[in-house]
Design a protein around this ligand. Structure first.
Ligand code: ZN
Length: 258
């Protein structure tokens, strides 16, 4: 890899030995990249203490000797998004989204839409203008579209009847089929997750239109709870593993409810 410069979000930060730091970056121009920031631990001056998780930077990187490890040469702060790191709830959500990106994205593959989506939700959760729960629903729905795994919530996956024409108020979702299945087609078999029609409508709504309109969406408590449980189960199913940060997120939510 030749040297490159790009805006980038820090997805992960790992101390490496006594002096260095290994960073997983999600760069606008290059997608996911692992880099080593030499002497970042030893000398605060070297990078001015800006190499924090979720920070957005302008980076200059070059390939290391032998072409193995990418070396972070320079970094300038675009936005520190520091309010995320001082709030436990915000940190948990931001960790969850970063973990999904890290688990799914391939190294050195540009993902401009995903970069802009992640940047948007991190900026919004940092400012606190939109609730973390709504942002998480937005992130997961739009991530699923970008990743080509968007759940089919528009019509029965088997008989193709549209959701509007279904009489039942609660509709089953079949993970294997990747979509909703009407009562006639499901019969009594299987233990599937079910969603209310209202939740389905709101999930479809959040997945359409400009990101900027999202702040105006009002979710009912039921739709928020159902939407989050459904999307988190959906992500776990499609990514083939449960994100570590999801366990922490659930613990925080359970504590809030008590
Ligand atoms: Zn059907």
């Amino acid at each position: 890899m030749k040297s490159f410069s790009s805006p980038a979000i820090i997805l992960r930060r790992l101390d490496f030995g006594d002096y260095d730091v290994i960073l997983t970056l999600f760069a606008l121009e290059r997608g996911k990249i692992s880099t080593i920031a030499k002497s970042a631990k030893k000398s605060i001056k070297r990078f001015g203490g800006i190499l924090e998780i979720f920070s957005v930077l302008n980076v200059v990187c070059s390939s290391g000797k032998g072409g193995s490890l990418v070396v972070l040469q320079e970094a300038d702060l675009i936005s520190s998004l520091s309010d995320i790191r001082t709030d436990f709830n915000k940190t948990a959500y931001a960790c969850y989204w970063s973990e999904i990106v890290n688990a799914w994205a391939e190294n050195d593959t540009k993902q401009e839409r995903l970069y802009r989506l992640l940047y948007y939700v991190l900026e919004q959760i940092n400012s606190g203008c939109i609730s973390a729960e709504i942002l998480s629903i937005l992130f997961q729905m739009r991530f699923a579209s970008i990743a080509g795994i968007c759940p089919n919530l528009i019509r029965c996956s088997m008989c193709q009847l549209s959701v509007d024409s279904l009489r039942e108020e609660r509709i089953s979702f079949d993970f294997q089929k990747g979509g909703i299945v009407c009562r006639k087609c499901t019969g009594n078999s299987g233990n599937r997750l079910s969603l209310s029609k209202g939740t389905i409508k709101q999930l479809l709504w959040i997945n359409s239109g400009d990101l900027e309109k999202v702040g105006k969406i009002r979710f009912t408590c039921l739709a928020l709870d159902e939407g989050l449980s459904f999307l988190e189960a959906f992500m776990t199913y499609y990514l083939g593993k449960e994100m570590q940060s999801l366990k922490i997120l659930r613990q925080i939510r359970n504590k809030k409810r008590k």
